[in-house]
Design a binder for this molecule. Structure first.
Ligand code: GDP
Length: 445
């Protein structure tokens, strides 16, 4: 997501930073282009108008601080406004600050990712925060819905309320809360029914559940790929039910970003979480500043580092970082890196967070680094001796034949891997450098 917007804005700001001094008309011209870029990204018109007007006012009245270029100033102003529009620097996570069992109600249209997000939240609270979580599906309309949640619960290692046929949503919700109270659960997540469109019956049902359970969080799950429609839906839900937060799904998709950028401004409800894939761990807190950085093409080293810390053993990560900094990167490291990349949501997920993405992405596409390929590469590496992995240069013809046989691949593929290792080692070095630069630059675009 945000890719084309990010490209457009990089273009605009690239031109701006090249100039030594900026005239009012330079700023106006740039803002015209920003406006177009936002509209193309499907950002709601009033949001675009406010955005451009506010930035312009600040940019034109601004004293230019020495040591930054006027172009950088403008980027900084745009960045700060972007953060504001996306919800500010607070990055509110789910609020569980209440007497247990804390009820969380999930609402949203059918297909928005509501059940998946319910599972993701439960998974995170259970395994990361060590909470005792109970999930209950209140969807009595779609026959398989309660089953779906049960299966998800089994995958996530999270308890689900036993299904009793014929109960209505309010009864199920009441039963869930009672069970949670009696059995000492910390959190109860209620997955309400969805519809293809908002209708009166649905709203009444959700209202009734809300009255019964008095949820501490009412989370709307909204599909970012549906752009401004998602915003309209959010507004309707908020006006009627009262939301406490929004989880935006499919942020890993190629949505243009309009939903994310308009949601907060139009509804006033904070974006709290975002879904970045189908897997249970593909959920993150919505950090406005990081998203703004991503949109402005600064990449998102912080998220990457955090995520890496969650996925990777910390000591291993430090060892790896030291190696990268020194520029030593052997085939064991490559194997480990490949494994971690797969864990972190595959190459695409990880790349989206890195600066200078476009270039690296092309390289990887050329190198054919998809998941299937990664697995073959891992097989090749595991057919090598420890000595070979440490010193790839000793792998000559005879060894290559042995390795190819051992891994069920060809010498050609072994050669390719060795070459790729070299490229990766170079790339890692570059990324490490970029990463440092990105972090030192701090808030300034
Ligand atoms: P519900 O009808 O709102 O409960 O929707 P589901 O939870 O059943 O999700 C519908 C589909 O969207 C499923 O195939 C999910 O795997 C997928 N999905 C949900 N969230 C995400 C996300 O953040 N990214 C991606 N790529 N797919 C998602």
């Amino acid at each position: 997501m945000f890719e084309s917007l990010s490209d457009r804005l990089s273009d605009v700001f690239g031109r701006l930073t090249k100039k030594g001094a900026l005239t009012d008309s330079d700023v106006s011209e740039a803002m015209r282009e920003v406006r177009l870029a936002l509209l193309e990204a499907d950002v709601a018109l009033p949001v675009v108008k406010d955005f451009v007007a506010a930035v312009k006012e600040k940019a034109i009245g601004q004293d230019v601080v020495r040591s930054v270029t006027p172009g950088q100033m403008v980027i900084k102003i745009v960045h700060d406004h972007l953060v504001e529009v996306l919800g500010g620097t607070d990055s509110p996570d789910l609020d569980l600050n209440a007497a247990p069992p804390v009820p969380i109600m999930m609402v949203g249209l059918q297909g928005s990712g509501k059940t998946t997000t319910t599972g993701k939240i439960a998974y995170r609270l259970t395994h990361r925060d060590k909470k005792k979580v109970l999930m209950a599906s209140l969807d009595t309309r779609r026959p398989a819905a309660q089953e779906q949640l049960k299966v998800l619960g089994e995958q996530a290692g999270v308890a689900t309320l036993p299904i009793i046929a014929g109960q209505n949503p309010v009864d199920i919700a009441r039963r869930a809360l009672t069970a949670a109270r009696l059995q000492g659960y910390d959190v109860v997540i209620l997955d309400t029914a969805g519809r293809l469109h908002i209708d009166e019956a649905l709203m009444q049902e959700i209202e009734a559940v809300k009255r019964e359970t008095n949820p501490h969080e009412v989370m709307l799950v909204a599909d970012s790929l549906t752009g401004q429609d998602a915003v309209t839906v959010a507004k309707q839900f908020h006006d009627r039910i009262g939301l406490t937060g929004i989880a935006l799904t499919r942020v890993d998709g190629d949505g243009r970003g309009g939903a994310a950028l308009s949601m907060r401004a139009v509804t006033g409800v904070p974006l709290k979480l975002m879904g970045l894939g189908e897997k249970l761990d593909a959920l993150e807190v919505f950090h406005a500043d990081r998203i703004a950085n991503r949109i402005l093409g600064m990449g998102d080293i912080v998220t990457l580092v955090e995520k890496a810390a969650e996925t990777i053993d910390q000591q291993e990560a430090e060892k790896m970082a030291a190696k990268l900094a020194k520029g030593t990167f052997d085939l064991d490291d490559l194997a480990q890196q490949l494994r971690q990349m797969r864990k972190m949501g595959g190459m695409q997920g990880m790349l989206a967070m890195l600066p200078g993405v476009a270039k690296v992405k092309d390289q990887l596409a050329k190198a054919n680094l998809d998941d299937r390929h990664i697995k073959r590469q891992e097989a090749i590496i595991s057919s090598m001796t420890p000595k070979e992995r440490k010193n790839p240069q000793i792998i000559q013809a005879k060894r290559k034949i042995r390795i190819a046989k051992g891994s069920g691949t060809s010498v050609q593929e072994v050669n390719k891997l060795l070459k790729q290792h070299q490229q990766m080692a170079d790339m890692m070095k570059r990324m490490a450098k970029l990463g440092k630069k990105g972090m030192m630059r701090g808030g300034l675009g």
